[in-house]
Design a binder for this molecule. Structure first.
Ligand SMILES: NC(=O)c1ccc[n+]([C@@H]2O[C@H](COP(=O)([O-])OP(=O)(O)OC[C@H]3O[C@@H](n4cnc5c(N)ncnc54)[C@H](O)[C@@H]3O)[C@@H](O)[C@H]2O)c1
Length: 300
């Protein structure tokens, strides 16, 4: 094992089951001190899912504590990060993983289902990450991972709330990558697919191939010191790892001072769409720089 987390402290939300559990076990096995966050058991009987994972980690010689605060409120997010700092003295890694689904076709989607999903996936990403980010800036180190989904990046019927939330975390990661760069804070996004309770019975013939552990390998790399990537989105599914990106085509330039009409745009739509020579911007200034170059070239 080369990648290790000796003195690192990690918070993983929604880590009582599924992907979060797998991430927690692997990080702990590589030496991280882990806050295993998940909701308390609804009936209050017996150990919670988070406590069960903590016990598994301790049985294997690892270090972990459970946290039962909800990611869906600002107070909950603050308490989750406070738990890490109180127990272990620092916070190096946040994996925003907690999730729920409340699927409905857009015409039938209720405000309650929209709010619930935005709260757990998108607002939670702010609530949990912001207090950690403040610590990370002070200590000059941090690794933040958001969990997105192909549903958000590519679309999926019946998941408008979930898809919007999952695309939203990409915008957040883009900004944290920029704002964190001076303090050695990396922020990346993982779009996984795996066999968990969330999609039980929905994976068909792929079920056996989609081990959560196959996603965890990518997650663990992305929150390691070895990871020098930031502001990027990666796919991990069934042992296939890939990058997902938003690119900018060279496009069609109408010329300095031109007033192209909708008809001109229609006439040039295939040139506008042509992906040959695309760029992947690292911040918003790329478009401005390209236009400046075009205008300069046009005036020569
Ligand atoms: N499984 C997949 O194929 C897949 C695909 C794309 C994205 N994802 C994303 O991966 C993440 C993990 O999902 P999973 O498949 O392991 O599902 P899962 O249901 O096994 O795990 C999600 C966990 O989040 C916890 N949780 C829910 N609300 C919470 C809250 N308010 N506070 C704290 N914890 C809360 C749940 O109790 C649960 O244990 C989710 O963000 C999900 O959207 C999963």
């Amino acid at each position: 094992m080369t990648i290790s987390f000796g003195d690192r402290v990690a918070v993983i939300t929604g880590a009582g089951t599924g992907l979060g559990r797998s991430h927690a076990l692997e990080l702990a096995s590589r030496g991280a001190m882990v806050v295993v966050n998940d909701l308390a058991s609804p009936d209050g009987d017996g150990p919670s899912s988070a406590e069960t994972v903590v016990e598994e980690i301790r049985q294997s010689g690892g270090v972990a504590v459970a946290s039962h605060d909800s990611v869906a409120t600002q107070a909950g997010g603050a308490a989750i990060i406070a738990k890490a700092v109180d127990e272990f003295g620092r916070i190096d890694i946040v994996i925003n993983n907690a999730g729920i689904v409340r699927d409905a076709s857009f015409a039938k989607l209720s405000a309650e289902a929209t709010d619930a999903v935005l709260d757990v996936h998108l607002r939670a990403a702010f609530f949990v990450t912001q207090p950690a980010f403040v610590h990370m800036k002070e200590q000059g180190y941090g690794r933040i991972l958001f969990t997105s989904s192909g549903a958000g990046l590519f679309g999926n019927f019946g998941q408008a709330n979930y898809a919007a939330a999952k695309a939203g975390v990409v915008g957040l990661a883009n900004v944290l990558a920029i704002e964190g760069s001076r303090n050695n804070i990396a922020a990346n996004v993982l779009a996984p697919a795996a066999r968990t309770q969330m999609n039980e019975g929905l994976l068909g013939e792929l079920t056996d191939a989609l081990d959560p552990e196959l996603v965890t390998s990518m997650a663990v790399y992305l929150v390691s010191e070895e990871c020098d990537r930031t502001g990027e989105v990666y796919s991990a599914i069934g042992g296939r790892y890939a990058q997902i990106f938003i690119g900018l085509t060279p496009g069609w330039f109408a010329g300095a001072g031109a007033r192209p009409t909708a008809d001109d745009v229609a006439a040039n739509i295939e040139t506008i769409r042509d992906t040959t020579g695309f760029r992947v911007p690292t911040d918003v200034s790329t478009e401005v720089e390209e236009l400046t170059e075009l205008l300069r070239a046009g005036s020569q």
